[in-house]
Ligand binder design. Sequence first.
Ligand code: C5P
Length: 222
Amino acid sequence: FGERSLAGLKVLVSAGPTYEDIDPVRFIGNRSSGKMGFAVAEAAAQAGAEVSLVAGPVSLATPPGVAQRIDVRSAAQMHAAVLQAAAQADIYIGAAAVGDYRPQEVATQKLKKHDGSELVLRLAENPDILASLSAQTAHPFLVGFAAETHDVASYAQGKLRHKGLDMIAANQVGGGLGFEAADNALTLYWADAAVALPRAEKSELARQLVAHVAERYRATRG
Ligand code: C5P
């Protein structure tokens, strides 16, 4: 793979968790650190792409070479930011751990405890960013992530098909890998093949992932 395999291309990356507010002091979040997505953004910039990064709430510095960073908090904000930026992108890599649900109502005042009684939070489903993009007639080359605790291969291949993706990067969560960890291990799937990227630092895996994305992009859209 060439050193500047993404030269001339615009790449949009989403990274990090989303926070869904319950009230002014509480939220529903997840354990994504944003490290994998930030590493992917950095690797894409190193490969010559013009990179835009949509980041959920993380405390990570913008990687060198990234042209534009848009910070968001909720899944709805990420959905809006990604759909807007995707209109200019050749490739979208969705590495963010987008919250599947949000509280149906956000309390304007801090919720109070009522001794002994249960509290019921009603949740509404968030729109799927990747599925929204793939439903559009003209859309970027779409790369998804699938973080799974079990049955990784079958869930990943299912998401590849159901979300209409060009490629998916699957990883097993747990055992010092995945969320919050420095290392990861990925298996990439596309329609007719799979390739395993063994355990390595996220920066190294990101470089390998970007090389495969560039190769698949050139083969199908180049
Ligand atoms: O279905 P699941 O959330 O496991 O799929 C993960 C992939 O889908 C990731 O690439 C994630 O960024 C994307 N996703 C999305 N919009 C959502 C939920 C997940 O784009 N609302």
